[in-house]
Design a protein around this ligand. Structure first.
Ligand SMILES: NC(=O)C[C@H](N)C(=O)O
Length: 324
């Protein structure tokens, strides 16, 4: 069966080259543009450049623009799958944003590279090739937004960048990758069960993400309430605890009806209300702190931003985090 894929570029190292100073930099034009089609990897690849940005420059506003661009392209052109190239630094946030906002059965696959387009051993074209094969595979339908790098398939919900420079940087700490890409096969060994979706046309609300540390005081939380933040995500300690000195700040946020979402700063495992001591998870839970089981801080922040922007009430916001 002939397959038509949309290939959308957003920038990142995959689209960068080394300048005369030896620094990796985006050029005036994306070196990937026009090159992938020459490889004859799919029957038809329709290529679009959304942005040419390093991914630390990508904001939730760009993510929403990307979502709208995809919907516009799909209204003009039917496609069997979508591949998006992206810088790796914030790739997981864009992937999760799209996972929470796109309502598509066709595969949507993000990829990137750790080595620039002109570097020896560059992983970019190989990763695009893998992403195109995954996006063309019937088994990839209905699995939510996927991230493909280094011959592994991850869900947007779980994947995270774990190494500053290694090509095997993307891992899914909770459950591992959901599939593998080999020379001849796309092989899935499990599938995501739960998905949350938000209908968002415009982004509203400021949401901050703060990492909790030993002896942390409440000052930043008081400041966040005074500064008009509409949501706070805390990367708590262990199973989901905070120092007692943070409790006055949390209480202030809750009194002001600012949702407080708690994840763990641990790399693995889920936050849960286990401990009954001052600042322990049980106390936080009883006060109304929302536990985002298994999400990283940066993903919980994207979700809280989308939940607030979608206009749902506090109970539905809390409910939306239950699936994780
Ligand atoms: N490997 C990369 O793509 C990292 C780069 N700083 C970016 O995210 O744009």
């Amino acid at each position: 069966m002939t397959k038509t894929l949309l290939l959308v570029h957003t920038g990142g190292t995959i689209s960068m080259t080394t300048d005369e100073r030896g620094a990796v930099t985006p050029g005036l034009s994306n070196p990937l543009l026009g090159e992938i089609n020459k490889l004859g990897l799919a029957d038809e690849i329709i290529e679009t450049e959304a942005f040419n940005l390093p991914s630390p420059h990508i904001t939730p506003a760009h993510m929403l623009e990307l979502k709208k661009l995809i919907m516009r392209l799909l209204s003009e052109q039917t496609a069997d799958g979508i591949v998006i190239t992206h810088g790796t630094d914030t790739l997981e946030e864009t992937a999760y944003f799209l996972d929470l906002t796109l309502d598509l059965e066709i595969p949507v696959v993000l990829t990137g590279a750790m080595r620039s387009a002109d570097e020896i051993g560059s992983d970019g074209v190989h990763n695009v090739l893998s992403a195109i094969r995954v996006a063309s595979d019937e088994g990839s339908r209905g699995k939510g937004v996927l991230v493909v790098l280094n011959d592994e398939i991850h869900t947007a919900q779980n994947v995270t960048k774990t190494h500053t420079s290694n090509v095997s940087t993307f891992q899914s700490p909770q459950y591992g990758p959901i599939g593998l890409v080999t020379n001849g096969h796309i092989h899935y060994h499990h599938a995501p069960l739960l998905r949350t979706r938000f209908h968002v046309d415009e982004l509203g609300g400021r949401v901050a993400l703060l990492k909790v540390y030993a002896g942390m005081d409440s000052e930043f939380l008081f400041h966040a309430a005074d500064a008009g933040y509409e949501g706070i995500v805390l990367e708590g300690l262990g199973q989901g605890n905070v120092p007692p000195s943070l409790m006055p700040g949390i209480q202030r946020l809750l009194d002001d009806e600012i949702p407080v979402v708690l994840v763990s700063r641990c790399f693995n495992g889920i936050a849960q209300p286990v401990y009954g001591y001052e600042g322990g998870g049980r106390m936080l839970h009883e006060k109304g702190v929302i536990f985002a089981h298994g999400l990283s801080g940066q993903k919980a922040r994207i979700q809280l931003l989308l939940a607030l922007s979608s206009g749902i009430g506090p109970e539905q916001i809390a409910e939306s985090f239950k699936g994780h």
